[in-house]
Design a protein around this ligand. Structure first.
Ligand SMILES: [Zn+2]
Length: 413
C-alpha cells in the first residue's frame, strides 16, 4: 500500500471501522433478498506527508454516475451556498465578464446564485440524474468527471476561469494528483480556487469517525492540503474555518506565481500543530473515541429497548451508514428512519437494512425518541423537530458525545 500523494509506503493504522457497504447504496425491497458487497473501511496515515487516507476500493465512477444526494434538500446548505457566492462576488469583483466553474456542482444549488447575479458560470457534474436537475434549474452543466482531459477541453471551449469552486469534492477523488492538476488547468494564471472540505482537526478532536466512508478517500489538515495543492502549482493563500459538516475548511488557493499567503494560513497551521496533528502521534486518540461513542450509543438504545421505548431515526445521510454499521444498529434498536429526499423513501439503509420513510411518519407515530443521524445539522434539525416535545418525545444526537437536544418547552402558566 502506497500513499496516493507522496508514494511513501509508510502508512500507519489510525482507525479500523470493519467492513461496510458503500454508504449511498440504499437498497430497494427486491435487493433485500440479494447478497450485499462490503468493503474494508480502514483509515491510515502517511507518516511521510501526513495525509489521512483510505484505500480506493470503490471508484467515483461506481458511486456518482447515478447519485442519491441532492444538495438542495438541505435548507442550511442552500443558504450557505448563497452566502458564498455573495462573498465571492464582492471579494473577487466578479461580474458579467467573469467566468466561474464549479466542480461537482450537484443540482446547481450554488451556481444558481451566480446565474441570478448575471455571472457566467459552468457546472461540472458527473451524476447524470443530478446534472439534469441543474440544467432544468437554468444552470449550464456538463456531465463529466473532472480529470486532466476534461479540464483541458472545458478550458479550450470556455476559456480560463476567474474562480474555480470545488466544495465537498476534494476528498472524493482517488487520483488526487491528477485532479489537482486539472483544477489548475481550469484556472486563469491570476485566478482563485476555493475548496471546502471537512477539517481533519475536527475529525480527530471531536471523534467524528462517521465522516469516514468509502466516498471520502482522504481527510485534510491545512498541512496536508498544502502539500496536495502544491502538486498542481497552487499555494494556499487564505483559510476560513466553517461550521459545515461538523467543522470544515475553506481553502483559498492561487497559482504559485501570484500567491501571497495571508496571516490566517499560519494561524490555522498553529491550531493543528497545537493539537499534535503535524506528527503521527496526534492521531492516536481517534480509535478510542470512536469505540466510546459506539458503546455509549448501544447502551442507550438497549436501555430504551428494555424500557419499551419506541426509537426511530431522523435522516439517512452517508455518515449515518458508517455509524449504524460500525455500531451494529438494526431495526430491533432503530425501528426506521426518515429522510426528506424522496429517492430514499421505501428503500433501506445499506448493511443495516433499516427502512426509510418520509418525515411525516414521525408525526403520525409519535415515537418516544428520535435519534438524529445528521448531527452536524443540530441547530437546523432541532428547530424543525421541536414539536416532538408536544407528545413527550426526545431528540437525541449521537455525536460528539451522546446528548439530548436542548428543547425549551413553552408552558403557559
Ligand atoms: Zn504521503
Amino acid at each position: 500500500m502506497q500513499c496516493r500523494l507522496c508514494d511513501s509506503g509508510r502508512l500507519t493504522s489510525v482507525l479500523d471501522l470493519g467492513a461496510t457497504p458503500a454508504c449511498e447504496s440504499f437498497l430497494d425491497a427486491a435487493l433485500l433478498e440479494t447478497p450485499e458487497t462490503t468493503y474494508p473501511l480502514h483509515l491510515r496515515l502517511c507518516e511521510q506527508c501526513l495525509l489521512l487516507q483510505i484505500p480506493a476500493l470503490i471508484t467515483p465512477e461506481d458511486t456518482f454516475t447515478e447519485y442519491a444526494y441532492f444538495s438542495s434538500f438541505s435548507d442550511s446548505w442552500v443558504r450557505h451556498a448563497e452566502d458564498f457566492i455573495e462573498t465571492a462576488v464582492d471579494r473577487l469583483g466578479l461580474g458579467a465578464d467573469s467566468f466561474v466553474v464549479e466542480v461537482a456542482s450537484n443540482d446547481g444549488y450554488l451556481l444558481r446564485h451566480a446565474v441570478a447575479r448575471g455571472v457566467p458560470c459552468l457546472g461540472i457534474e458527473p451524476s447524470v440524474n443530478v446534472g439534469a436537475a441543474a440544467r432544468a434549474a437554468g444552470v449550464p452543466t456538463e456531465t463529466t468527471f473532472l480529470h486532466e482531459d476534461s479540464a483541458a477541453r472545458v478550458r479550450a471551449e470556455h476559456g480560463p476561469a476567474d474562480l474555480v469552486v470545488a466544495n465537498n469534492v476534494y476528498a472524493h477523488i482517488p487520483d488526487l494528483r491528477g485532479f489537482t492538476r486539472a483544477l489548475r488547468t481550469l484556472l486563469s494564471d491570476d485566478g482563485w480556487l476555493s475548496i471546502e472540505v471537512h477539517h481533519a482537526l475536527n475529525l480527530v478532536r471531536h471523534g467524528q469517525f462517521d465522516t469516514i466512508y468509502h466516498e471520502h478517500f482522504q481527510y485534510y489538515t491545512v498541512y496536508s492540503a498544502q502539500r496536495a495543492l502544491a502538486v498542481g502549482g497552487l499555494t494556499v493563500v487564505d483559510v476560513e474555518l466553517l461550521d459545515t459538516h461538523g467543522g470544515s475548511l475553506r481553502l483559498w488557493a492561487r497559482p504559485d506565481a501570484v500567491a501571497e499567503p495571508g496571516p490566517r494560513v499560519a494561524e490555522v497551521l498553529d491550531l493543528e500543530r497545537a493539537a499534535g496533528l503535524h506528527t503521527p502521534a496526534g492521531y492516536a486518540d481517534l480509535a478510542p473515541r470512536a469505540q466510546s461513542v459506539r458503546q455509549e450509543l448501544l447502551r442507550f438504545l438497549l436501555d430504551c429497548r428494555a424500557r419499551g421505548k419506541r426509537v426511530v431515526g431522523y435522516g439517512a445521510p452517508g455518515k449515518g451508514n458508517t455509524l449504524l454499521n460500525y455500531c451494529g444498529i438494526r431495526p430491533d434498536l432503530l425501528e426506521y428512519t426518515v429522510d426528506r429526499n424522496p429517492y430514499k423513501h421505501g428503500r433501506y439503509t445499506p448493511g443495516t437494512r433499516i427502512p426509510i420513510h418520509p418525515p411525516e411518519r414521525i408525526d403520525a407515530d409519535r415515537p418516544d425518541v428520535v435519534l438524529v443521524l445528521p448531527w452536524n445539522l443540530e441547530t437546523e434539525i432541532t428547530a424543525q423537530l421541536r414539536h416532538v416535545t408536544e407528545w413527550g418525545g426526545e431528540l437525541v444526537y449521537p455525536l460528539p458525545v451522546l446528548h439530548r437536544a436542548e428543547l425549551e418547552t413553552k408552558v403557559n402558566r
